[in-house]
Design a protein around this ligand. Sequence first.
Ligand code: FES
Length: 76
Amino acid sequence: MRTILFWGRIMYVCVCQAVTERQVREAVKDGVTSMRGLREHLGVAAECGRCARCAHGILKECQGCGQENDSLACAA
Ligand code: FES
């Protein structure tokens, strides 16, 4: 189960670092392939870690979308 906080139309995955779902999807689109990469690029799961499961789910969802990384499908 994902824990995503909604603030208006912005969906926050990582509250500690104020990282949105869109930022995670764009990082995957830009070539990030692992949680380590998400942590290095966005700071996801670098503090309390509560977002790790959610971020991992989004990462896997984008990787399994059947689109190349340069597709906009993972950034929508
Ligand atoms: S919510 Fe992401 S590190 Fe705390």
